[in-house]
Design a protein around this ligand. Structure first.
Ligand code: G6P
Length: 371
């Protein structure tokens, strides 16, 4: 009923609107007020965390894309190589794991069987396993060495939204904590990043409050048969997640690509009227930004319809964009927390326009408890 859905028609819409709080709650109580991170809850010896020489993220679905986003930040901040692997692939390919490997298992439910099996396998190989999980007392944290809970609150809609943002936030806290512990970042740098993270809930709220055009465009596209998503750097996993949301909710063929791959294949798919989303990096990183803008130009010249997610004030995209959805100015590494939101709203609105049940899409389960 409407009460449990907070006045929204569906859990999915409610959970999209819960996202500023999910991020704020995941940040809450994890600093000492002086800008230092306090993650005593980790229960892994600091000496062990200092000696980590590789991180492997294991997860499935949307949680794996959160790990993919985190890789960019954690490698940059900590100078530790980070691999991201689907849990079911990790488990069965004889992965190289040692006592110096930190395995980070990301899961909303904590009950995904593929991820549980991968956790067991990693621990048998001597790795330390840290769970990033939303559901208290679930199997994955119980079987792990430590847990960093995401505080997204219960997620009911099958397709994940607020848990994704909370997972990225928690992984960023972990990355900054490791950087602080290992001396890769000075305390004032860590404090600066935490301050920026603290501004995200308000920015996410801004995107949610200005999404009428996203919904209108989605409704007008309900007969689309294929949609492509392109992103570069942290925009790449966002493109993958945007495509996944559209498949899950609207049953439309959708694919995400690294924008740099365009000329290596996907450009052959471009024909008149093909809708293509672009997740554009901030113009303050011109090397990344200019490349994506020329990708927009390239597909537009071949007749594609370009739907562009770009930062406020980024006027360079206007010339080649059929539609521009704006997000607030945000540091590059934190952009996924705002750029994914229009894509979630787009998929939800389009599926709604088709009359589909966005909370319970066909054939899917909230938590896949078989391998
Ligand atoms: C299922 C759900 C997805 C979710 C994935 C991983 O496929 O439909 O929304 O991302 O499982 O679930 P977990 O609970 O491990 O995050």
């Amino acid at each position: 009923n409407a009460a449990v859905k907070g006045g929204f028609g569906t859990f999915m819409e409610k959970e999209i609107h819960d996202q500023p709080k999910a991020v704020a709650d995941t940040l809450l109580g994890r600093t000492d007020g002086q800008g230092n991170l306090v993650l005593d809850e980790l229960r892994i010896d600091e000496a062990v965390l200092r000696s980590v020489d590789k991180i492997i993220v294991i997860a499935c679905g949307t949680a794996a894309y959160a790990g993919h986003v985190a890789k960019y930040a954690v490698e940059h901040w900590c100078r530790i190589p980070v691999e991201v692997e689907l849990a079911h692939e990790f488990r069965y390919r004889d992965p190289v794991v040692s006592e110096k490997t930190l395995v980070v298992a990301i899961s909303q439910s904590g009950e995904t069987m593929d991820t549980i099996m991968a956790v067991r396998h990693a621990r048998e190989q001597g790795a330390k396993v840290l769970a990033v999980v939303n559901t208290h007392g679930s199997t994955i944290p119980r079987e792990s060495d430590a847990v960093l809970y995401t505080h997204a609150g219960p997620e009911v809609a099958v397709a994940s939204t607020k848990a994704f943002l909370a997972q990225i936030t928690a992984c960023y806290l972990l990355g900054l904590y490791l950087a602080q512990l290992r001396g890769n970042k000075f305390p004032d740098e860590v404090a600066g990043y935490l301050e920026e993270l603290g501004k995200l809930p308000e920015k996410i709220q801004h995107v949610i409050d200005h999404a009428d055009e996203v919904r209108a465009v989605a409704e007008a596209m309900k007969d689309a048969s294929s949609v492509l998503f392109l992103g570069r750097h942290v925009g790449y996993p966002v493109a993958l997640e945007g495509a996944l949301k559209l498949k899950e909710l609207a049953y439309i063929h959708a694919e995400g690509f690294a924008a740099g791959e365009l000329k290596h294949g996907p450009i052959a798919l471009i024909e008149e009227g093909q809708p293509v989303f672009f997740i554009v990096p901030t113009p303050r990183r011109p090397v990344l930004h200019n490349k994506v803008v020329s990708n927009i130009q390239e597909v537009r010249a071949r007749g594609a319809r370009t739907l562009v997610i770009a930062e406020e004030g980024d006027e360079a995209v206007n010339e080649f964009a059929d539609v521009v959805f704006r997000v607030p100015r945000t540091p590059t590494l934190m952009m996924p927390l705002v750029t994914v939101v229009p894509l979630q709203i787009f998929a939800c609105a389009l599926a709604g326009a088709k009359g589909y049940d966005v909370d319970q899409p066909r054939n899917l389960a909230k938590s896949v408890t078989v391998e």
